[in-house]
Design a protein around this ligand. Structure first.
Ligand code: GLN
Length: 189
């Protein structure tokens, strides 16, 4: 299993390390040439979605990656990555890929609760969830499955080949969310 990690900005190194620890082959996507060889899954990491969006366009990665997602490439977006996938951003900001039918609210927990950890269920299993100036989904489309909630707010979802989490599973020891993503990849290929 070969997984590309978008590495233009943000917390990509932590994802790569975690994926390798779980036995996946990874490579970093920094420029268009990097996505010429075939791969099985794509990670959009946390970071700053505004900066990532700008770099995706400048590096000519935006259109090919969007095509891949629309064509069924399994993709997992965490935090800023969830924002990149969302079809709507509360407040009227234009979407980036816009492939995942949710409305996200950015920096949704206010200043004081900007960063925190909690234990919540992901697909029915308790896991640790670190949040860092995270979004949540305030609307989900009919085809979207809710996988996690925290205080009645939706923080992990799946729609077909797209998985998104508002928290950072790469910053914990737990592998539940990655295993879920690996299963999506296996069922796709
Ligand atoms: N606040 C960031 C944004 O809006 C996301 C934070 C993160 O990825 N940890 O893009």
């Amino acid at each position: 299993m070969r997984i590309g990690v978008l590495a233009v900005q943000g917390a990509f190194a932590e994802h790569s390390a975690k994926l390798r620890g779980l036995g996946a082959e990874t490579f970093e996507i920094r420029q268009k040439n990097d996505i010429m060889e075939s791969f099985d899954g794509l990670i959009l990491p946390g970071g700053e979605s505004t900066a990532m969006r700008k770099l995706l366009k400048e590096l000519d990665l935006y259109a090919p990656l969007k095509d891949m997602i629309l064509n069924g490439m399994p993709v997992f977006g965490t935090c800023a990555g969830m924002i990149l996938l969302a079809s709507n951003i509360a407040g009227g900001e234009a979407p980036c890929f816009g492939t995942l039918d949710i409305t996200v609210k950015r920096n949704a927990y206010g200043r004081q609760l900007g960063s925190f950890r909690c234990i919540e269920k992901f697909a029915g299993k308790d896991i640790e969830m670190p949040f860092i100036r995270a979004p949540y989904a305030e609307r989900t489309g009919d085809d979207v499955i809710v996988l996690s909630e925290h205080e009645n707010r939706i923080v992990a979802v799946r729609q077909a080949n797209q998985l998104a989490a508002a928290f950072h599973p790469e910053l914990t020891e737990d592998a539940t969310v990655y295993r879920y993503f690996f299963e999506m990849i296996q069922n796709h290929s």
